[in-house]
Design a protein around this ligand. Sequence first.
Ligand code: SF4
Length: 460
Amino acid sequence: MDHTSIPKIDQLARKYNEANIPLYLSYPTSNWWNKPLDEDEFVKTHGSGLPPFLYFHFPYCRTPCYYCMCYKYVSNDTRHNDIYIDYLQKEFSHTLDRLGINGQNRVRHVHWGGGTPTYLTCAQIDKVHRALFSRLTLIEGAAAGKSIEAYPDEQILTEEKLRLLSDLGFTEISLGIQDFDERIQKTINRNCTTKTVHRIIDRARKFGFRVHIDLCYGLPFQGLNELEKSVKEVIRMAPDRVALFTYVHYPHIFPLQRKIPTASIPNSFIRVLLAMLANDLFDAHGFKKVGYDHYVKDNDVLYQALLNRKVIRDFMGYSVDHKREFMGFGNSAISFPGDGFYQNIQSLKNYYRAVDDARIPIEGRMTHQLTPEDRLRNEVIQKSILSDFSIRKREINRGFDIHFDDYFRPELEKLVQLEHDGLVDLSDQDTIQVTRIGAYFARHIAHVFDTYYDRREFLN
Ligand code: SF4
């Protein structure tokens, strides 16, 4: 952790506390989407075929994790998934019909997320997979394939299920671990031991899966010792990719988080130290950092994309930039068909009602048509700052027909202060470079270019 002195990190962490800064999984962030979309208009705009990346949401989980920010429903009864997958199939089929998309659709990547998609029984997985893939064909190539998220619970993620998923063509599995420490797990209501995860990974590897692991920093009672032990354990597991997400404590939005004592949440200084510690450990063990919070091996398609500056921050964390377009199905699923964002209805009851009415189940207020200004700032925030860690002004000028220094004069004035604090380097006329220490505050740097938030108080 040699980037800068500890008192300096403390000072920066207090000044640039990330607590109220968006994760920038999209720009504009979803709380600013507010352009109601008429279904006929939607159909007119999006009838040209499916985008290369499809997301299917499976909302049911067996137990609630208190830190969770996903759209999920908790049930001990797997029959709820019978109802859900029927509706998911109907939505998929109806949406394709409504868009006039016929026959087999060639897509590059299909991801099942949740919730806990592996909570589906084998029969349910087989049934919904058959229905969806009756209209889909995967094309070959980099970043192509089927991936699935999983809770590392052997009762749910059985050998039989892994075999089935492999037989169905799934090649990537993301195991949510967060932290192995018992006290932390108890506080967030999770339970997974290192032994269990080792066994699951061995089985997954036997069936040819690439294994991704999700960790989380900033969790209750998490200190440097706890995270260090967990990261070292994960490194021993030799995953193909690790995502190190930050815990966001918003109990006013996510009621289950009220079960987590606020006093147990690490402060902004500790959070930065946690991120730095994990970074150093992964770096020392040959992992390459991609973007803000992903660590991969050098044969990973994400790393290859990084070398070619093709990585993009998005709702999956980071992805290979296939023109960034994707479409989501299922309650709460988000889509980006190219010219804007929209989210499906979150509540299952209302989602089912919309599907019964043969409507495309879009949440009315959760749509946003990108303006030219949004596109420009989206490029600067999600691509230049949060993916490439540098803004190449000439490229932006060429791509958007602007003169960067004139267009972003107020932002450049704000960046002077960040340069003074060592977060960016403005010395090159053509490139704004995020520094090594600045990478830990990259969301703050991005925030300077966000016109949706009132930033009058920012940096005061
Ligand atoms: S963290 Fe995952 S398993 Fe836990 S409640 Fe959320 S979606 Fe379900």
